[in-house]
Ligand binder design. Sequence first.
Ligand code: GAR
Length: 200
Amino acid sequence: MLTVAVLISGTGSNLRALLDEAADPEFPARIVVVGADREAEGFSHAEEYGIPTFMVPFAQFATREAWGAELAEQLAVWKPDLVVLSGLMRLLPAALVDEWAPRIVNTHPAYLPEFPGAHGVRDALAAGVAQTGASVIIVDNGVDTGPILAQERVPVLPGDDEHALHDRIKPVERRLLIDVVRRVAAGDLDLAAVAAAPAS
Ligand code: GAR
């Protein structure tokens, strides 16, 4: 059974989908802890499932590195096989990425490498593209530059605002994330092999 830590910043709707899926005894992964960089709304989903939570408040640390060191300590307590960033809106410091790579994956609401960063949905709308998408990647030390594990296109519809478009992207993200976690847990997706492969 693959053990997973999920890190969030916000509502945690993707976390919720993963928790619902992991409640199925047939699902080969278990969420062992949910962490956040602030008092995140999404903690309620973990609490509902009786899953432990921890918070490492970014605002209370002098540097990203100090915050990351505390986050690493928390993760070390739980020793998950995989860390899922599911809406964690912070860049991880290099020391943490280097310690955990390639076992950290991130969901992103755009078709990477298009529109990386904190405003993937807004940036796609501003660019006036006809389609954007959702991606799940391995986290590296760039901003959303890691190897792509799964991605799918989502059309931009006339009249879409950021909220409407994001709401249509999220179900796709959820499906991709659940599938990636399932494949990693089942041994069908080897993160180390993907990370070691030359970029195509
Ligand atoms: C998701 O769309 C996730 O991809 C995005 O935040 C949202 C969190 O939603 N993350 C990023 O944009 C990271 N660059 P949720 O809290 O409802 O799951």
